[in-house]
Design a protein around this ligand. Structure first.
Ligand code: PLA
Length: 461
């Protein structure tokens, strides 16, 4: 809103900061009448400084503070602004080729060609998304012959990738299980906290990472899950835990399931990396399938950002495996009800790509080969980085934890100042928690990265 401020040449206008919709009129000091005494006759002179009406906009949003940059996506912004030639973006988990270029999968290009040839229309999708996608995504997750699918106990709703699917599930929990708490691992993907905060779902953390062993704090995890109020939702990373790259073993998953059963907790899986951890879609779905087999009702958010490289298509799903088809139908109806006022219905392009790739046996096997290749490239740089670190670092430090970690990331153990040194001195852009995305690293850059890590680890506190 425009407001008027009267000011003179020697004083600044008085703005009414943070008081929207009020007319801001300031009469500046020297603009007022004043008496000046000069010489012996003390002749009074009146100065009236001409008040100048200045149009000044006072925003109703004056009090809005600047938000901090996102801890992950903000790293990409800083990377883009950097002009140093050695710069390396190991912040966001986005796959790059050996030349460090973004990669569009060949199967995606083929599927898009097919879609163009078919000349499909751009009508709205139903609220729950594309039927062929929903079928394909549940089958990919659980296996087509899974009993829960056969008995129509799976409520699947296409979501805005992993994030949007998690957010929809969080809204469901807030509405239908208002007194329940979600337990998330410490550490976890940073956005989990934002998602549950914004959905109004209370959360707390369970121990997960043990810095001493640079491995899983299994005892701590079990103890914290046991101590949570019965009927909590336990957020679990289906595979390739972000940021640690440490997954429970199959035996540990079984024990986790035992505790959840004992406590009446509900497992809530975030599956953002199916196929990316081991290179095998089925192997990476082991944890989810185990819980479904054991008869749990399970929430699973899926994402195709990484395994199909569809980052900007925003394609994923929320699946709720229920104990009966009747419950599944009702749960699905309520997920749709929640989605409608949020974004109405999801985008079609990515859904068609997934449906085409998963639904066509040739494209499907080509996809698996490409995924193995991507996972293989990450494993190669992981190994090269380890080799370089062990050869160069003469301190005797054991870097083998890097080889034991799985998926896109390595959790280096570098603290905040050491991570800052990586960026400020070496132009290696990464998150402040010491996580590096190996998907953004090439074999050629491992040597340079090893120097940066060794310097930061040994020379910065
Ligand atoms: N869940 C986990 C565990 C993730 O790591 C990510 C992405 C998502 C969900 C959501 O991805 P989507 O919405 O694109 O499907 N994590 C990235 C990117 C790769 C990000 O932070 O958004 C990361 O760098 O951690």
């Amino acid at each position: 809103m425009a407001s008027l401020a009267f000011s003179s040449t020697s004083a600044s206008p008085v703005a009414l900061r943070g008081r929207p919709n009020k007319l801001a009129i300031g009469v500046a000091q020297s603009g007022a009448c004043h008496v000046s005494a000069r010489g012996s006759d003390r002749k009074a002179r009146l100065f009236i400084t001409r008040a100048v009406a200045v149009e000044k906009k006072v925003s109703r949003f004056e009090d809005v503070a600047m938000a901090p940059p996102d801890p992950i996506l903000g790293v990409s912004e800083a990377f883009r602004a950097c002009t140093n030639e050695s710069k390396l973006n190991l912040g966001v988990g986005a796959y790059r080729t050996e030349d460090l270029q973004p990669y569009v999968l060949n199967v995606v290009k083929k599927a898009e060609k097919l879609m163009l040839e078919k000349g499909e229309n751009k009508e709205y999708l139903p609220i729950e998304g594309l039927a062929a996608f929903n079928k394909a995504t549940a089958e990919l997750l659980l296996g087509a012959d899974n009993h829960s699918i056969q008995s129509q106990r799976v409520a699947t709703v296409q979501g805005l990738s992993g994030t949007g699917s998690l957010r929809l599930a969080a809204a469901f929990i807030n509405r239908y299980c208002p007194n329940s708490k979600v337990l998330i691992s410490s550490p976890t993907w940073g956005n989990h906290k934002n998602i549950f905060n914004d959905a109004g779902v209370p959360w707390s953390e369970y121990r997960y990472y043990d810095p001493k062993t640079v491995g899983l704090d299994f005892e701590g995890m079990i103890a914290d899950i046991k101590a949570a109020p019965s009927g909590s939702f336990i957020l679990l990373h289906g595979c390739a835990h972000n940021p640690t790259g440490i997954d429970p073993t199959p035996e540990q998953w079984t024990k986790i399931a035992d505790v959840l059963e004992e406590k009446g907790h509900t497992p809530f899986f975030d599956v953002a990396y199916q196929g990316f951890a081991s290179g095998s879609l089925d192997e990476d779905a082991f944890s989810v399938r185990l819980f479904v087999e054991r008869g749990f009702e399970v929430f699973v958010a899926q994402s195709y950002s990484k395994n199909l490289g569809l980052y900007s298509e925003r394609i994923g799903a929320i699946n709720v495996i229920c104990s009966s088809s009747d419950v599944a139908n009702r749960v699905k109806s309520q997920l749709k009800r929640l989605a409608r006022p949020m974004y109405s219905n999801p985008p079609v392009h990515g859904a068609r790509i997934v449906a085409n790739v998963v639904g066509d046996p040739n494209l499907f096997s080509e996809w698996k080969a490409e995924m193995e290749e991507m996972a293989g490239r990450i494993k190669n740089v992981r190994k090269r980085l380890y080799d370089n670190l062990s050869q160069k670092d003469k301190s005797g430090k054991d870097w083998s934890f890097i080889l034991r970690q799985i998926g896109m990331f390595s959790y280096t153990g570098l603290n905040t100042s050491q991570s800052e040194n990586m960026t400020n001195k070496w132009h290696v852009y990464m998150t402040k928690d010491g996580r590096i995305s190996l998907a953004g690293l090439s074999l050629a850059k491992c040597d340079y990265l090893a120097d940066a890590i060794i310097d930061s680890y040994h020379n910065v506190n």
